[in-house]
Every structure is written in C-alpha cells, then in structure tokens.
Design a protein around this ligand. Structure first.
Ligand code: PLP
Length: 385
C-alpha cells in the first residue's frame, strides 16, 4: 500500500468566502433572518443572470421541481418522461403531484436521456418532459425543444446540476420553458440548501410565490386570503445571502472546474485505467459546467467490486461518490413494476460509476494524485490488459 501523508481529499467541498461569511453575520444581526431583502436580492441577481427571466427561490431543488410541475398543470392521470439516471427526487416529485414517471434509457456516451428513444415513449397522456443534465452536461437542447413543440409538451428542466452550463453559447436557464436549479451544498452555486425556478412570465412567477407560502395572496392582514393549496417552501435570508455570495463567483467557479476537468483528461491519457477500459466523461469544455467528473469502471476487467475500488481510493486519501444507482431499481419503483433489464445503459452506468473529486479549491497536484491512485488500482487489480 502506498504510504501517503496527504490530507484526505473529499469528492466535493463547499467553499464559502470570507465576504459571504461576513454578509451572513450582517444578516443575522439585521433583525430580519427569514425570507426578506436578501431573498429579493438573490432572485433579482438570478433573474439578471438568466437573461431577465422571472425567478423565484425556494428552500430545495426538490420542491422547486414539484412547484414547476404544478405550474405546468401536471397532475393525476398525466405521464412525465424523464431519465432513470438522476437523483431520485426527479422521479419522486412526479409521483408527489399524482402523475406517472415514464423512463427513457440514457445514451451511454453522454449519460443523459437518449433523445432518440424519447419520441417512442410519448403517449396521449404525456404532459411534460423532464430532462436532467447529469454532471452539468446539457442534452441537445434544439432537439429537445423541437420534440416538445411537435408534441405540445411542457418541459421542466431538471437543471439542478447545470448552473453555469450553456448550450451553443446560451446559458442554460436563459431560454426554454421551466428551468429548475438546486443550491444544495454540493452544487456549483450553493445556498446550503435551496433551489430556484426560472419561468416564462409574471403569472407563473406569482403562482410560484403562492405555492411557496400557503397560497396566500398579497392583500395584507385584513383582506388575507389563500386561493391555491400552497406549502412552506420559502428560503431564509441567511441562506439567500450564502447563495448570493456563491452566485457572484459563478464565472470563476465554472472556469476553475473546466480547468480541473482538462487536467483530469490529460492525466488519464495513456494510463493503466484508460488501457483497461475505464470510461471517461464526454470531453466538453464549451457547454458543461463540470459539476462532476464521473468515471465508469470496467468491472469485467477488474478483480474487485466498485465498493472495494472506492475503499482502495479512500486508503490513498481520495474521497469518491456514486451518482447514481439507476433509480428504477429502488424498492419504491420496483413496487411500481420496474425491474432489471428495462434500461440497460442506465443500469450498467449506475452499477459502475464513481465520482472523483472535483471542486474549485482542488490543486493540479490533487488531480494528479487522484489519477495516479486510479491507475495504480487498475494496474493492481486489472486483467485483460
Ligand atoms: C441536487 C439535485 C436535485 C435536488 O435538489 P435538492 O436541492 O437536493 O432538493 C434534483 N435533481 C438533481 C439531478 C440533483 O442533482
């Protein structure tokens, strides 16, 4: 075993700068700590970032997607098409509003929903499409909206991982239908927990505001009324201030992530891992925001399991993660009739993927150490070379 005195490198590490920490202290001392001026400012700066489209902030990416489905009028009897290769919340919110999730397998290269399979999944009950941009790599957005228009479908983009990503020079979120993002601690822009929805018009934004807080209309205490069933989804001003600090650094965050991804590709080139058949992500430095760097292990060529592989990484002080097991194989979804073999590409990727460390505070030396570790393990446990 390699002797190493390096500190443990987590696969992701949120970084809150000093200016933001001071800003949070100011909010805490201001006397207004829940949804208020910071939330308004956060929404205003998000809207500016997304080309002036209306934006409302919420306390999670999950509830943001659920509210988007409600705004799109998705409910009982409707089908929503999405991918099984995502965080489980994407499908859970479809169930939450009473609709039925319909899965389409992934393209094994992009690891996103295969748009060539999408049209076959559309039925008269299909109401919306819910694409996911895994690791911040968008799908072919032209094709996606072409299909949506042709079949008169709403699109709820699960762009949770895609803040800072773009498509042909246009920011994800600055165009399209309803675009949902997440500010969970591990996302490129974070408010610790939180989310935001980019919408088409002020009517949708007003509806979002109502769904966010008990359906209350704006009429003051005497004339208070509630006219839709809303929930409790508002973002605190403390969280909004954290989000503002993070959003204001988005350009440098994305640039740094792209640099680190490039270093990964360079370091992997010609090494034992690649020779053994380790799958690398699509080399896309124009559109992707490099939310994650996910490899796919060639398990047939390795004499250890993924869990053992990850334990080997940990012994070398390298953290890693799994994003994600194919969600149709979770008990909840098996109970709804899904099983092995239905989405083979998602299943294979879900069973073999490992997320390597990638966050702006990492050094080039960290990347070199990660790749050296992966190469070493492949060298030691690989066959078929
Ligand atoms: C993070 C994430 C979500 C959910 O966001 P939360 O803020 O954790 O609720 C949904 N979909 C994807 C693809 C995500 O990565």
């Amino acid at each position: 075993m390699t002797q190493t005195s390096r500190p443990f490198l987590p696969f992701v590490k949120p970084e809150i700068d000093e200016e933001t920490i001071q800003g949070v202290v100011d909010v805490l001392r201001s006397g207004w700590i829940t949804t208020g001026p910071q939330n308004q400012q956060f929404e205003a700066e998000l809207s500016e970032y997304f080309g002036g489209r209306p934006v409302r902030a919420f306390n999670s990416g999950t509830c943001t997607m659920e509210i988007a489905l409600r705004i799109a009028g998705v409910g009982a009897g409707d089908e929503v098409i999405t991918t099984p290769m995502t965080w489980v919340s994407t499908a859970n919110v479809i169930l939450e509003v009473g609709a039925t999730p319909v899965f389409v397998d992934i393209d094994p290269v992009t690891r996103n929903m295969d748009l060539n399979l999408l049209e076959r999944a559309i039925t008269p009950r299909t109401k919306a499409l819910m694409p996911v941009y895994l690791a911040g790599l968008p799908v072919d957005m032209d094709r996606l909206y072409e299909i949506a228009r042709a079949h008169k479908l709403r699109v709820i983009e699960d762009a949770a991982q895609a803040v800072g990503a773009s498509w042909r020079g246009k920011r994800i979120g600055s165009f399209g239908d309803l675009v949902s993002i997440s500010f969970h601690a591990n996302k490129n822009v974070t408010s610790i927990e939180g989310g935001a929805l980019v919408m088409n018009n002020e009517d949708e934004a007003e509806l979002a505001r109502k769904y966010r807080l008990q359906g209350i209309t704006r009429t003051g205490f005497d004339g208070m009324d509630c006219d839709v069933l809303g929930g409790k989804y508002n973002l605190t001003d403390v969280a909004a201030r954290v989000g503002l600090g993070s959003l204001r650094r988005i350009e440098s965050i994305t640039d740094r992530r792209r640099e680190l991804a490039r270093l990964y590709f360079d370091a992997f080139e010609g090494g034992a891992a690649v020779r053994l058949g380790v799958g690398l992500p699509v080399k896309n430095f124009a559109d992707s925001n490099w939310h994650m760097f996910q490899i796919a292990l060639p398990l047939d060529n390795l004499s250890l399991t993924r869990a053992e592989f990850m334990a080997q990484l940990k012994e070398r002080n390298v953290g890693s993660g799994v994003h994600y097991p194919a969600l149709h194989l979770f008990t909840l979804y098996r109970g709804r009739g899904f099983k092995e073999g239905m989405f083979p590409h998602a299943e294979r990727f879900g069973a073999s993927t490992v997320t390597l460390p990638l966050f702006p505070g990492m050094s080039a030396d960290d990347v070199a150490h990660v790749v050296k570790s992966v190469d070493e393990i492949c060298e030691q446990y690989g066959h078929n070379r």
